[in-house]
Design a protein around this ligand. Structure first.
Ligand SMILES: [Zn+2]
Length: 304
């Protein structure tokens, strides 16, 4: 074998072995649906819509499910990347909307108008924090769920509770509604999520924001899923999806006078999720990385 061809064979070997491909170690070729993204007013102050879209494209994102405060910002982001941004309706329609969305029915009128026009493809994120208002039996929230059922769109719900009961009470009341349980792995352990999965076939579990820089609890030091999570995900691969949730204010005193630099960390976050997905059996990787979210949101809608 000549010197040249032996060098070639070494190179081909290295390529086949997965070396010499910077950036592909965590399976960057795998299509990825980012099922939990925000483009809020305090993020827009320092990150342009076009920059967000460029980051999504570089990250190999098929589409991103975007919830914004105020909700119109998700539409603005979509204008910057119509083929990659899927807006959902946030009931937080103004900067401090998280404090009063549940008090009057203007939220419902806006939601209805946006869904009727086909601007939004889901509802959320709606937060219920222990000890704070509103409660999950709030009437405006109930009517939002009914709207979602009528338009057959998923609802993304974030509940901070000590167990799965509160979420179970919602998904059992609306067995035909597509519900997303946000941020599994925080307060709740795999045994709780197992009960949720068993109790409601209409729930998809989403694992954003459980990275080591914020809430943690999902992976070991090597970035692999902890055993309980791994077992659950492999047992029910059709019930999980994930996302980056690039909001950084959760890590420091909540302030309303500072911008949120979460999008600066997007690459780090998507790499983290790709890494734990990469450690799963190939068929499970495909489901969690993109197939489940595509099915839930009815993508591609003729975009690909
Ligand atoms: Zn969120």
């Amino acid at each position: 074998m000549s010197k040249l061809s032996s060098r070639h064979s070494i190179l081909i070997y290295l390529l086949l072995a997965g070396f010499y491909l910077p950036g592909t170690s965590a399976g960057v070729d795998l299509p990825f649906v980012d099922s939990h993204v925000h483009f809020n007013w305090d993020q827009k102050e320092i990150t342009e819509a076009s920059d967000v879209v460029a980051k999504l494209r570089r990250g190999g994102v098929v589409f991103a499910v975007v919830s914004s405060t105020p909700s119109e910002l998700a539409l603005e982001l979509q204008r910057a990347g119509p083929d990659i941004v899927l807006p959902i309706f946030s009931p937080y329609t103004h900067q401090l909307g998280r404090r009063d969305w549940y008090l009057n029915d203007s939220t419902l009128r806006r939601a209805e108008a946006g869904l009727r026009q086909g601007l939004y493809h889901g509802i959320g994120e709606v937060h219920f924090m222990a000890g704070f208002r509103p409660r999950p039996d709030n009437q405006i929230f109930e009517q939002l769920l009914q709207l979602a059922a009528r338009y057959d769109v998923p609802v993304l719900i974030h509940i901070d509770a000590a167990n799965e009961q509160m979420f179970l009470s919602i998904c059992r009341r609306y067995p035909d509604l597509k519900l997303i349980f946000a941020h599994a792995g925080g307060n709740l352990y795999p045994r709780h999520i197992r009960k949720l999965i068993a109790g409601c076939s209409n729930v998809t579990v989403e694992i954003s924001a459980r990275d080591p820089w914020r809430f943690d609890g999902l992976t070991d030091d090597d970035g692999r899923l902890l055993e309980g999570w791994r077992e659950l995900v492999i047992e029910f691969p059709g019930r999980f999806m994930t996302g980056t949730d690039p909001v950084w204010k959760v890590t420091r005193t909540q302030t309303w006078d500072q911008s949120d630099e979460g999008w600066d960390y997007f690459e780090q976050l998507i790499d983290y999720h790709r890494r734990w997905i990469d450690d799963l059996p190939p068929a499970v990787q495909q489901q969690i990385s993109h197939e489940n979210a595509r099915r839930l949101f009815g993508w591609p809608r003729g975009r690909e």
